[in-house]
Design a protein around this ligand. Sequence first.
Ligand code: LMR
Length: 328
Amino acid sequence: RKVSKILALTAVSSMLAIGSAFAAPITIKFAHVVAENTPKGQAANKFRDLVAERMGDKVVVEVFPNSQLFGDDTVLEAMALGDVQLAAPSLSKFDRYTKSLQLYDLPFLFNDMAAAERFQQSEVGNELLMSMADKGLIGLGYIHNGLKQISAHKPLRVPEDAKGLKFRIQASNVLAAQFDALGAMPLKKPFSEVFTLLQTKAIDGQENTWSNMYSQKFFEVQPYITESDHGLIDYLVVTSTEFWEGLPEDLRPEIKKALDDGIAFGNDVAAEKENSDKQRIIDSGRSEVITLTPEQRALWVEAMKPVWQKFEEEIGKDLIDAAYAANQ
Ligand code: LMR
């Protein structure tokens, strides 16, 4: 009897050993819409590589760039269903979930990326990461891209030049109001469709960062880009509360650390690309970059200003004041 007991115990313990040695690693699918040679693309890949290096036997990150798995219009529903665990839509794409993040779309809110960084790292900026907690979504951090420029098939120097033109925008009511204020026609379209819409002249223009215009080749089908720096494209890395809280206690901080390191890497890429991708576009000779005079710029600020009033109540005046104060 003793022998059979020992045998049974041995069998159980070796099954447990086999079980843990061969336990399938946790898979984290990270879906995004941009190319790999962009700040977000690089942040995601770095995160994947760091996880492989530091805990590859326990966790595997799979990155799906270029809207391969989901577009930003479907990714959050997919997350709720558990079909994807991480995404990083631009801050402009959450207005169905929270009104607070609309803050980031206010035109001419931040003078430069340093101001955006100061605000995001402030207490208030940090609190915004949890603004969708009631919807089961947690923000794990911000990734920078950069300031937006406006491209079109004709030169835009003053706001009147944009009147009557069709512009593709991200799915954001604030951005719709911004183009309404110019007397233009905003159209909410997925990122993956923008190049074709521009190429076929179904739309006249769009607004985006230098790295997105370069990596998506928008500059090849838009002969003019106005250097307006009028808005921000940054990202919120999101996961579902259910997934995040379901992770083993010992792995969660390690995964978060790898993500933070990936984000820091992506942010360095963002800072570098603001200049280098702009220069690549200029060097291509395909698109003329229009520099505004201070007087012309003031006219754009003036024309877009009513958007602030329009959304002040939804966003909250205190929040707007806190963000604006980051300009110092
Ligand atoms: C866009 O839709 O233009 C951007 O949000 C794409 C991105 O993720 O940078």
